[in-house]
Design a binder for this molecule. Sequence first.
Ligand SMILES: [Fe+2]
Length: 169
Amino acid sequence: MDDKTFFVWSDTMNTGIMEIDDQHKMLVGILNRLFHAVVQRENNEITIEILDTLVDYTKTHFGLEEKLLQDAGYNPTEFAAHQQEHRAFIEKISNAANKHLVEGKSVSFEIINFLKHWLQEHILITDKKYAEALKSAGYCSKDWTNFANNAMANKQQTTPKQKHWWKLW
Ligand SMILES: [Fe+2]
């Protein structure tokens, strides 16, 4: 396994909602970038930048996904459980980023593998579950799509300092 094949996107992970799939692919890209940085023992500054990007992008993505579920009137119990999974994941990556930044601890393969498997499982099970529910309820994501596109465009304008993940390569 090399850094290009650490986390390979599989079409089985598609939810059928284009913006969500694009954002999931971005997250996979950031995790691959993090893996590469750790394998290559790249300097601290770049690793911090990748971790920042990962935390920031994950928060944005989860926020938009939760907005989609609320918009679609998704089952409240399922929504709460889904949101709880998101919170636990954000805590995990924030802790890893803090440990690296504050305590100078290197990012372990164990944590990167954990993040990869968590994301894979979350997309394949939890995200696909809501995608199916939305589909069978006949929900049309057009309004949410506009909202998501505006949110992403605004974000790029308001956070010009943050490099896009692909510029980290
Ligand atoms: Fe999710």
